[in-house]
Design a binder for this molecule. Structure first.
Ligand code: URA
Ligand code: URA
Length: 315
């Protein structure tokens, strides 16, 4: 994309759109786009007659708006819906009236365990979540220690999780377990939750789609209540959906710029890092190292001892 400024923006964006559509018809579920490439594309899409605009405002040509939508869909989450030819009006973006009013509740008085049991019961019985389920699937609530110092937040259950009724038990979960164990911790000693408690439904028999803004805002009170109960010392947001859920959506947000530095969720230190699914699809040493550097920062913040061997992983 480095020559983008010399291309005709309409022609170039049509070419990008055609290529993205072609890849989707071939069953490509997700593609990796470097932050720098997205920035190039934004410059291209925001430019008129070769003049660079500062912000990404889809220009009047429908093609560039479509490319922008497509790129956002593909780059904004570790998983991408297999869908009909690109159109901003897929079922995933249609308004679902059931989701319009997120649940309102306050946790009952009691111990952490009592509050957590109450909340879990409420979430597993949530009529809206249940009505969003695929056949034979389960609502998935968080797991782990209620006294955990570290709270990992993911996106939404995938195929394995909706069957098992437990977060992060598929391939991404196996990688998360390896990350946790490389930190010298166990899955049981941390807490693992998701922004959304059901696997977002879509038209394909395989693959996952990222949750819509409505799905996220419906389930967020459940995630936030888990954070209130556990009161971790550090929260790790795995990927863009978790980050948007915890910090509020921001279309300009780039994980590559967020990771590696401390943010805050309601006063609790928050580290943003790449989602394990992203690492599974982009298993370069440099991606793994970045996630590992984020985890080293988390370990430091938690006062965990770090061996020389641990410091050197993926270098
Ligand atoms: N990906 C997620 O974000 N959460 C899960 O529970 C599984 C995969
Ligand atoms: N983009 C995402 O949405 N998640 C990742 O983990 C990496 C890139």
């Amino acid at each position: 994309m480095s020559d983008s400024s010399t291309l005709d923006p309409v022609e170039a964006s049509q070419a990008v759109l055609e290529e993205l559509k072609r890849q989707r018809t071939e069953g490509v579920r997700q593609i990796y786009i470097e932050d720098s490439t997205i920035e190039d594309l934004e410059r291209l899409l925001g430019s008129e007659n070769g003049k660079e605009a500062k912000n990404l405002q889809p220009v009047s040509q429908s093609t560039t708006a479509e490319v922008s939508a497509e790129v956002q869909r593909i780059s904004s989450a570790p998983t991408v819906e297999e869908s009909q030819p690109a159109s901003p009006k897929t079922s995933a973006t249609e308004t679902n009236p059931k989701l319009l009013s997120p649940p309102e509740f306050s946790l009952p008085e009691g111990s952490k365990q009592e509050q957590w049991d109450w909340l879990k019961n409420r979430v597993l019985g949530c009529d809206v979540c249940k009505s969003e389920l695929n056949p034979d699937a389960q609502v998935v609530f968080g797991v782990g220690s209620l006294d955990a110092d570290l709270f990992f937040c993911g996106e939404a259950p995938g195929a394995e999780e909706e069957k098992a009724g437990e977060p992060f038990v598929g391939p991404a979960g196996e990688l998360l377990d390896r990350i946790i164990s490389a930190m010298g911790l166990t899955r049981e000693s941390v807490y693992i939750g998701n922004v959304v408690n059901f696997r977002p439904r879509h038209h394909s028999s395989y693959g996952n789609r990222p949750p819509t803004a409505e799905e996220m805002s419906f389930c967020l009170p459940y995630l936030k209540a888990q954070l209130d109960i556990v009161k971790p010392k550090v929260v790790v947001a795995l990927g863009k959906t978790a980050t948007d859920g915890l910090l509020g959506a921001d279309p300009q947000r780039r994980l590559g710029q967020m990771r590696g530095t401390w943010h805050q969720y309601e006063g609790t230190p928050l580290m943003v890092t790449y989602h394990p699914s992203y690492l599974l699809h982009n298993p370069s040493k440099s991606s793994k190292r970045k996630v590992w550097e984020d985890m080293l920062l988390v370990m430091e913040k938690l006062g965990l001892s770090i061996s020389e061997k641990q410091r050197g992983f993926f270098q």
